[in-house]
Design a protein around this ligand. Sequence first.
Ligand SMILES: NC(=O)C1=CN([C@@H]2O[C@H](COP(=O)(O)OP(=O)(O)OC[C@H]3O[C@@H](n4cnc5c(N)ncnc54)[C@H](O)[C@@H]3O)[C@@H](O)[C@H]2O)C=CC1
Ligand SMILES: O=C(O)[C@@H]1CCC=N1
Length: 268
Amino acid sequence: MKVLVIGAGNMGLTYSEGMADSVLLGKQKLRIFDTDPKKIESLRATQKFDVYTSLDDALPKSDIVFLAVKPYHSEDLFKDMKPLINDEQIFVSLMAGVNIETIQKELGIQKVIRTMPNLPAKVGKGVTSYTEANAVSRVELLMIRQLLDTTGTSIHVTSEKFIDASTGISGSGPAYVFYFMQSMLEAAQKMGFSDYDSKILVSNTFEGAIELFNQSNISPERWIDKVASKGGTTQAAIDSMEDNNVKQLIQDAAYAAFDRAVELGKDK
Ligand SMILES: NC(=O)C1=CN([C@@H]2O[C@H](COP(=O)(O)OP(=O)(O)OC[C@H]3O[C@@H](n4cnc5c(N)ncnc54)[C@H](O)[C@@H]3O)[C@@H](O)[C@H]2O)C=CC1
Ligand SMILES: O=C(O)[C@@H]1CCC=N1
């Protein structure tokens, strides 16, 4: 089995590393293709990957093809790919808002799996949702799931609606967490902490809270109750967030990403 990853950016490279380091695949079975000469040079320097500079060489003999370019590069890529592919190959898209039907039509093939990964895959803590076209068999789906799991964990969803929805929660989600972190960092700095101390205070607070959440069956709402004393400091902070409708604003943001994913799909 040969796997080709097209696009060695944040996501493509992360998946390549996950799969190359796994017992399931290993680096002998993994190929990478990118159009950026600088990227190719740096990939070659790692001596970790089988790097290709032409689709003619890489594509026809690959069994599974990961599509990891930006959505707006997909149209040109599909045109280049079309003469080089066949119906037996499985195409796994990591691209936001590019529908299965579009991929099938543009490439003239049937076996497509659409996924929504996220950036913590870089440290083996990614979560990827995925769904498949009818032409993909259960065995093929299981094999792809094992490849996806080399970067963390995955969840199977029953329709593309949930791929777009998970884009709003987990795909874009790390950016919401970083936004919250940045806000806390800036508050700490304003209070007079050094950059170093601000980072320690904020990162340990996030890490500790996540650990508590993961090691229990307690909802975040109940954890808030454990931090907040009546009439105390935490209550003052939570009241301020409630007065400013922060919960609703975060939900609006998640829906904005979801809607944008749906919209990207319609643009095609
Ligand atoms: N960055 C993220 O957190 C997430 C990204 N995604 C999806 O992953 C996809 C890739 O995103 P990133 O990795 O962040 O982008 P990126 O910009 O880091 O990487 C894209 C790579 O594709 C290469 N490329 C462009 N056109 C190409 C072509 N025709 N053939 C081969 N390579 C080509 C570029 O040189 C670049 O190395 C996007 O479609 C995005 O929607 C999904 C979930 C999370
Ligand atoms: O912002 C984007 O479009 C991609 C999809 C999810 C995360 N990054």
